[in-house]
Design a binder for this molecule. Structure first.
Ligand code: PEP
Ligand code: MG
Length: 748
């Protein structure tokens, strides 16, 4: 096979572009393209396989194979050489296709006579669209040059697809970004939302993948890379950077100055690509590599390169974050990931959030929960699929997203939203009523909070107070450690907004899943069981003391409630409490007003504390069960790990027995007891907790209505009898019997 030159490649691309400039049907165009490529590459066969659905490829056009097999020959992702190219995102080049791993002969195509095979992926920045194949009878490997040339052509095909060049008739490619797509992710925050897509980082649209004058394009790319380098240098000079931000930017700088990167893009340009298309081609290649690599460090570096490519594209196209596009009504934010501060900036105007990455405990998830915005995380590939303004349905309960939904799906979804709204109305009518059961027991229902934005819910939900104020959120959303005066002002505003209702401020709970951007966590094999929460507070008491001072000043004479996270032993509580007493003394001696009453409590989040000496229960003013942590340690099941986090039921009778033990211990000393984990906000769990003796629960504001509605319908003694019966029968969980019993109560 004669060597291909750069000018051959450019010629092919130009012919391709000119051909696509003439109006035509999608299928005709695909047919012409395969003809053109086979002719230019001097091969007998050229075929285009495209995805029919995410798992299936279909032969959509061919020069050389039997025409009857077009739109009939299909293969699964990973199956046959074509499927292998699609799955790996890497070329397959072989002189002897039948002996190649994964080869599957498609008799209907008549391909048995072709020995050599070269297939490259058709992909656009990680979005897999299909596979481009050339085959020939002569048994020989294609040259590096051929692979390169075909890769460049595939890149142009991908760009053209994005622009809709092959859509319009049945045989051609399906219109990109037009089909309904469903994403199955994970629920980060419950709730349902219907709205329109708002991309956190809008896609860059490339309208000119092929360029006539490579030298002009080379000038453009060099100028853009120059600008990129200067902008990174400028960022690096900013004084406010911490060590970690600096490290990231140093990595960026290294890539931006990497000769290999620029050289590869220049080579792409010499083959006929425009500067923008060259950036994207290298970005796609990096994404494919990223998918193959499991090493976290290397993946992060490739993701740095990805970010850098996006910046470069923005410089080249002038399409910045501010595209002038208006945020649609009912915006649903789509992002690969987002920081808590950025999410907070969007605030409550968002109807929903969908992230490709993220985790249940990520800061963004914490903020979404605080704002009560339905959130779905781990929705793979949604950023590549969604376009600004697309219709979207977010089912935060199931972790499912429907992009550009069919009308029937949308209608069913609207019914669900209407039912939820109806229920909300019912709950609102209970707002002023107590959560009193039919047997006359009243359960105090408090809300969990962490942001100022939460406070309006105190009135709206009818909560009795704030049972858990997670103070770390204020630390998480800042880029540097907040000052005492700033915190004091904030805590004072929280207390003002609570209008005399009790607010239980939990001191800083960092470590494990909550990492402050400005405090590098130590490398720990198992951070959930590591140096976190009060352990950090006691070992490095500066921040704890500052926080306690801020709380005392914020109270300015009003009653104050403080509690400590993850107390494991009595001595830890004693030490933490001593800090509060010392600060009270100090503030008094400085002439500041001190609270008229201070309650100091402990969060029970480790099983050991349930067996602490009586003295601990006597010393602590109240105990708040942090069910999220307590449950993960009880069942040895990481609350962050999708594989196990839902494996064990809270209504497991062993766990309920353990919680009953805690109720009994608190009962012996008359210690006030609350449950403030997520389970408190789930009606059946809340019922079980009340049945075994909890008289105070703290939950998300949105859960107060449903929990109250259920509690007002039940008799706790009967519920308790059901739990005891389940235990007597040797059941693992009380749930099935409780559900059966509830069903007999009928609806209200
Ligand atoms: C808990 O662990 O149940 C709790 C309320 O604290 P967090 O979820 O913030 O760890
Ligand atoms: Mg906890």
């Amino acid at each position: 096979m004669p060597e291909r030159s750069e000018s051959d490649s450019r010629k092919l691309l130009r012919r391709l572009r000119d051909m696509l400039a003439i109006p035509g049907k999608g299928q005709d165009r695909l047919d012409q393209i395969t003809h053109l490529i086979a002719d230019s590459m001097r091969t007998e066969v050229c075929s285009i396989y495209l995805f029919r659905d995410p798992e299936t490829l279909e032969l959509c056009a061919t020069e050389g194979l039997r025409k009857e097999s077009v739109h009939h020959t299909r293969m699964k992702l990973g199956e046959s050489l074509v499927g292998r190219v699609a799955r790996s995102g890497q070329p397959v080049n072989t002189a002897d296709a039948p002996s190649e791993k994964g080869f599957r002969f498609m008799p209907e195509t008549g391909e048995e006579i072709y020995s050599s095979f070269l297939g490259v992926p058709i992909q656009r920045v990680g979005e897999k669209l299909g596979v481009l194949v050339v085959q020939s009878k002569v048994a020989r490997e294609f040259s590096e040059d051929d692979i390169y040339a075909l890769d460049v052509v595939a890149m142009v095909l991908a760009e053209m697809t994005e622009l809709g060049a092959f859509t319009g008739d049945e045989g051609g490619m399906k219109a990109l970004h037009k089909q309904p797509v469903m994403f199955r992710g994970t629920s980060g925050q419950e709730g349902a939302a219907e709205g329109r897509v708002w991309l956190h980082e809008p896609r860059v649209v490339i309208t000119n993948p092929v360029a006539d004058d490579p030298l002009t394009e080379i000038d453009r790319i060099r100028a853009a890379v120059g600008e990129l380098r200067v902008s990174i240098d400028d960022l690096l000079e900013a004084e406010t950077l911490d060590k970690e931000q600096k490290q990231v930017l140093e990595a960026y700088r290294m890539f931006a100055h990497s000769r290999g990167w620029l050289r590869r893009m220049e080579e792409d340009i010499m083959r006929g690509l425009s500067a923008e298309a060259a950036v994207e081609k290298e970005q796609s290649a990096a994404r494919s590599r990223m998918e193959q690599i499991s090493d976290v460090y290397l993946r992060e570096r490739l993701s740095d390169l990805d970010d850098l490519s996006n910046r470069l594209l923005r410089i080249l196209t002038g399409q910045g974050h501010d595209t002038g596009a208006e945020m649609p009504e009912n915006p649903v934010l789509i992002a690969r990931n987002i920081g808590p501060a950025e999410l907070l900036e969007y605030g409550r105007k968002l109807k929903g959030v969908v992230l490709e990455e993220g985790s249940v405990g990520s800061h963004a998830a914490v903020v979404a929960r605080a704002l009560a915005i339905p959130l779905v995380i781990s929705a793979a590939r949604i950023v590549a699929e969604a376009l600004n303004g697309d219709a979207i349905l977010v089912d935060g309960d199931q972790g499912v997203v429907h992009l550009r939904p069919e009308e029937t799906v949308a209608r069913a979804f609207r019914d669900k939203i209407a039912m939820q709204a109806e229920a909300q109305k019912r709950y609102a009518s209970l707002r002023g009523l107590p959560a009193t059961t039919t047997c006359g027991t009243t359960i105090a229902l408090h809300m969990n909070a962490g942001l100022m934005a939460d406070l309006p819910s105190l009135d709206g939900s009818g909560a009795d107070g704030v049972g858990l104020f997670r103070t770390e959120l204020q630390f998480l959303i800042r880029s540097k450690m907040p000052q005492r005066a700033e915190l004091a002002r904030l805590y004072a505003r929280v207390m003002d907004a609570a209008k005399g209702k009790r607010v239980a401020f939990r001191t800083l709970d960092i470590g494990s899943d909550k990492v402050l951007p400005y405090m590098k966590p130590p490398e720990e094999p198992n951070p959930a069981m590591g140096w976190r929460a009060i352990r950090v507070g006691l070992d490095k008491p500066g921040v704890l003391r500052m926080q306690v001072q801020a709380l005392i000043r914020a109270a300015n004479g009003r009653p104050l409630t403080v509690m400590f996270p993850l107390i494991t032993e009595t001595s830890e509580f004693q030490a933490a409490r001593a800090h509060v007493l010392r600060e009270l003394h100090r503030e008094k001696s400085l002439g500041h007003a001190v609270p008229e009453r201070v309650e100091i409590g402990a969060m029970m989040e480790t099983p050991s504390l349930a067996y602490a000496p009586r003295a601990f229960f006597e010393l602590t003013d109240f105990i708040s069960v942090g069910g999220n942590d307590l449950k993960q340690f009880f069942f040895a099941a990481d609350r962050e790990n999708e594989l196990v986090r839902r494996r064990y039921d809270t209504l497991n009778l062993s766990f309920l027995a353990f919680l009953q033990h805690i109720v009994a211990r608190c009962g012996e000393t008359g210690t006030a007891l609350t449950f403030c984990g997520e389970d408190a906000g789930r009606p059946i769990e809340a019922l079980a907790l009340a049945a075994i003796g909890f008289r105070s629960l703290s939950m998300r504001p949105a859960s107060i209505g449903p929990v109250k509605a259920l509690l007002r319908r039940v008799n706790l003694a009967e519920a308790r009898a059901v739990i005891d019966q389940a235990r007597a029968e040797g059941a693992e969980s009380a749930r099935p019997m409780l559900m059966d019993w509830l069903a007999t109560l009928g609806t209200d």
